[in-house]
Each structure stands twice: as C-alpha cells, then as structure tokens.
Design a protein around this ligand. Structure first.
Ligand code: GLC
Length: 534
C-alpha cells in the first residue's frame, strides 16, 4: 500500500488558538474548517489537530475526559465530520491527537478507580503503597515539576502522574486498557480520521519494579521549560522509553493498516538509536525528530544534530519547525526580521531532508513568540512557576488580519494576542504580496512538491561545504544549501544547476557555484549536461 504520509508536508493546528467562530474567544472546529483553504493553498498535505475532546482543560485538552467525543467549547462530532469532509475534498489528510499516557482525573475511569481498591477500573491506573518510611513510592518527578505521585487519602495509596496531578497515568500492563484504546483507534479511523499524533509516545510503560531513577550529577544546564525542570535532573531509566511500549504500537499498527491510517509519535528522545526503535518492525510509521528544535544557528551544529537521525530513521521522520510546546523558530533564531529570515532558510533545509517538514501555525508568517503582560499565566507550567509564561507565548491567537481580535475572534481571546504583534505579520497583510514570508513559504512548499527527489525517499548525501554552509544532495539531482554565516558564501556544485527555489532574491548561480547571501537558503536542480558538439 502506498504510504501517503511519506514526504508529506504537515501543519500543526493548535485548535484553541486558530479560529473562533462563536465569539467566545476560544478557537473551534468550525473555525478550522473555515480556514482550511489557507492551509491547502499554502501546500499543506497533513493537518494535525491538537486535542478537541471533552476536557476540564487543566492542560488545555491534554487531559482527556472522553476519548470519543468533542468538547462543546470546540464544537460537535458533526463539526468534525464536516471538517474532515472539506479537508479531504481539498486533498488534505487530518490527524488527531491521541493522549494514551494519561487521562483527565475527571475521566469516568479514574472517578471509578479512586472509589475503592476493589473498584472496577482500579487497575487501569498506577497505584502504589507509600514508601516504607512514608512518602511517595519512589523518586520519580512530574514533567511539570514536583513529585510524580499524589496521595489519595480515601484509598490510602499514591497514584502516578508524569504530568499534572489532574493527569493520572494509565496502567498499560492492564489488558483492558489496551482493549479500550484499540476500540478508540477503530472508532476514529472508521469516522474518517486519517491517523493519530501520539502524545508522549515514549512514555506509557514503566519499570515493573518502580526503581528510583538515577540522579544526574552535575545537573544539566539544558532546561526545556525555564526554571522548573527538576525533571531534567534525572536519567529517566525507569519511567520512560521502556521496551514494552513497542508492543503496544505493533498492535496499533495492525489496526492502522486496515484503515490506511498513520501513527505519528511524539517520541521526545534525543538519542537517534533509541528513537529509531520506534520506527522499526511495524511499530510507528513516523516520529517527530525533536532534535531539530534544538540545533543552534551554526552549520556544524546543524549538521551534527540532524545527520545521525537521518542516518538512523530517514524518511520516517517528521521535522518540526516549531510547536505548541516549544518557541517559534523565528524567536529561537534571534527574533524579528532576522529570526524570520533564518527560520525560512532553516525550513528550506528541513524541506530537503527525507521525511516530512512540519510547520506550526504562524510559522508561515514568520511569527515570533508573543510578548505577554506579566499577569498572563494560562499554561499549567506558568501557573506552577510564578513569574514565567511557560508555553503561553507560542499559543496565542493566530493573526489572520490587523485589528483587536486579529481576525481570530470577535470576542476577547483566551490568551492576549501579544504586545509585539504587528499588522505586517498577519495572513491578510502577506497574502499575494511578493516577497512576503507567507508567499515565500508557499513557493517553498510548492517547489518541493514538484521535485520528486525531495519527496520520494531518494538517497541523501551530505556535501562537503565551506564552514557556514550546510548542503545536502538528494538522488544526485537536487542540492539544498543553507548559509548560516553573516557574509555571502559560495558553494561549488560541480555541474550546471538551475535555481528551483530561493529564500532570497539575491541568491544566484555563478558558473557552477551557488552564491548564497547571509541567512539564506536555496534549492537547485541539476541541469542535463549540454550535448557535446562534433
Ligand atoms: C505533550 C503535549 C503537551 C502536553 C503533554 C502532556 O508533550 O505536546 O502539550 O502538555 O504532552 O500531555
């Protein structure tokens, strides 16, 4: 069967902040549906919708209270059906977020589980007695800070939660949990959903002995969420990436195969060999490569970061440019016009790699993270760490047009749009404007679609290049090159080429040398050798 997801272009829609049609300040499914045309014209193949299921919203939908319905705040099942039908009409696939590691503490399974030790769903969650001297059963901590255990007075045991106490972990050693999720997948796929993005796909299974995690000494300076991450201070030998998880995905693979659906994992592992295991032997079809969010603006670092993943997993990888959990790429690369320029150049490189580039909403505008008033703290990470904004700055409303609600809402947006937003960085201001970030992004995605070597899994070669340049060749036909330096750089390509795409009007080919201005990238195509005369 043709694997339609290979080489596709993905786009993450953070539903809550994409488009609001009923004026409550919160994005909804009808809003996504209305804006599908924007995505199709941009050149998107696969739309990922963040969780829209009923939820108390303790973690903005990543705390699911019913896996098979739509939260009224986001619309209805009928709205989802209409969205799916329109997307398919436009030639796009839609994948939904599946959160199998944990439920909401308001899910009926958990409400039952905490009633008594004999409850029908007790073993669907992870319960342990207190440690012999009292206190939590082991040293595991939550991703959001604090212990991974909360004591339940009523039944005298602790339950485990790798995220918030409102997100109790499911017990995947329980066969009924497996059966329940098989049913959930069947239901969504039968409804016409084209696949799932699996939340924290490297989690789910824990060490059966619940051994303590080794403490890292000294602690790493690498801290994903700012101040809180005691999580980063442990080696997660026993709570993450356990062998048993792959078995679950092999079961799901069989279900997905019956529906030609894709399993795309959020496998947040920064080790190419460990990540590759999820993509082998009929487990997941695709995984995000989160290392792509960590490379600095340095040619050696970009090469050293990406190459091992490409070698280990090739076109089964999805390359996020930004996400609802991480800063916008423009901000990561310095912010403002320069950050936006670099972001587009980096996206061009990602478009040259085997696999699927994945944009996050607003990336097509060159959007920066929003600057927010000090009082704003919607993200649980921000709430738990006064004085920080957590992930709120990347989750603000999508700016469709100038004006108070930025075309996102007629009401008051649930998160402010950001004091640094400008009229120029809106869809309305950039559409049809030659040289705008949006038009350049659209050209990039459409140019890539026309070059089979970039989408058909053709072999990749990392070309030797002068230091500030990263250059790759695909299928002996196409070269993609990025200059991260402050000065123009020259890359000899060894044969005649034509420019298929450039981030900058000043990119040129000089004899058989590609000339790239600072912070620019280009895709060039090999020209047939001239017929020899005589
Ligand atoms: C994933 C989601 C993130 C969420 C967490 C817990 O990392 O992307 O937004 O907070 O899982 O579900």
């Amino acid at each position: 069967m043709a694997r339609w997801w290979r080489g596709s272009v993905g786009y993450e829609v953070y539903v809550r902040s994409f488009a609001d049609t009923d004026g409550d300040g919160i994005g909804d499914l009808p809003g996504v549906r209305q804006r599908l045309g924007h995505l199709a014209e941009l050149g998107v193949d696969v739309v990922w919708l963040t969780p829209f299921m009923p939820s108390p919203q303790a973690d903005h939908g990543y705390d699911v209270a019913d896996y098979l319905d739509v939260d009224p705040v986001y619309g209805s099942l009928a709205d989802l059906d209409a969205l799916l039908a329109d997307a398919h009409q436009l030639g796009m696939k839609v994948i939904c977020d599946l959160v199998p590691n944990h439920t909401s503490n308001q899910h009926r399974w958990f409400l039952d589980a905490r009633r008594s030790r004999q409850a029908r769903h007790r073993n669907w969650y992870v319960w342990r007695d207190p440690a012999p001297g009292g206190g939590p059963p082991n040293n595991w901590v939550s991703h959001f800070g604090g212990p991974a255990w909360t004591f339940d007075e009523h039944t005298g045991q602790y339950y485990m939660h790798l995220f918030l106490p409102e997100q109790p972990d499911l017990n995947w050693a329980e066969p009924e949990v497996r059966a329940a999720f098989a049913q959930i997948l069947e239901t969504w796929f039968c409804r016409g959903v084209d696949g799932v993005r699996i939340d924290v796909a490297h989690s789910l299974v824990e060490d059966s002995g619940f051994r303590d995690n080794p403490v890292l000494d000294p602690p790493p300076d690498d801290d994903r969420h700012g101040s809180i991450s005691t999580f980063e201070h442990f080696q997660h030998a026993h709570d993450l990436d356990q062998d048993g998880v792959l078995e679950i995905y092999r079961d799901w693979h069989r279900i997905a195969a019956r529906h030609d659906a894709v399993l795309l994992g959020e496998v947040y592992l920064l080790d190419p060999a460990r990540l590759a295991r999820y993509l082998e032997g009929d487990a997941l079809h695709q995984s995000f490569c989160f290392a792509a969010l960590r490379a600095s603006w340095d040619a050696r670092d970009i090469r050293a970061t990406l190459r091992p993943y490409v070698e280990a997993s090739g076109d089964a990888l999805a390359w996020p440019l930004s996400s609802h959990d991480d800063p916008h790429a423009a901000t990561r690369f310095g912010g403002g016009d320069r950050g936006a320029r670099r972001q587009l150049a980096y996206l061009t490189l990602l478009c040259g790699l085997p696999g699927s580039p994945f944009l996050y909403q607003g990336d097509e505008l060159g959007l920066d993270d929003a600057e927010l008033p000090d009082t704003v703290a919607e993200d649980p990470i921000a709430r738990r760490n006064p004085g920080t904004h957590g992930r709120d700055p990347q989750r603000t409303p999508m700016p469709w047009q100038p004006g108070p609600g930025v075309g996102f809402t007629t009401g008051t947006p649930w998160l402010p749009v950001g004091t640094n937003r400008t009229d120029e960085r809106t869809v309305a201001a950039q559409t049809g404007v030659p040289g705008s970030h949006l038009e350049r992004t659209r050209r990039l995605l459409l140019s890539r679609r026309r070059l089979p070597a970039l989408t058909d899994g053709s072999p990749i070669r990392w070309l030797p290049s002068p230091d500030p340049v990263v250059a790759i060749e695909r299928g002996g036909q196409v070269v993609v090159a990025l200059n991260v330096g402050d000065e123009p750089a020259r890359l000899p390509v060894g044969h005649p080429v034509a420019i298929a795409y450039a981030t900058d009007d000043d990119v040129r080919v000089d004899a058989q040398t590609l000339v790239l201005p600072a912070d620019a990238a280009a895709i060039v195509q090999r020209l047939p050798a001239p017929a020899s005369s005589g």
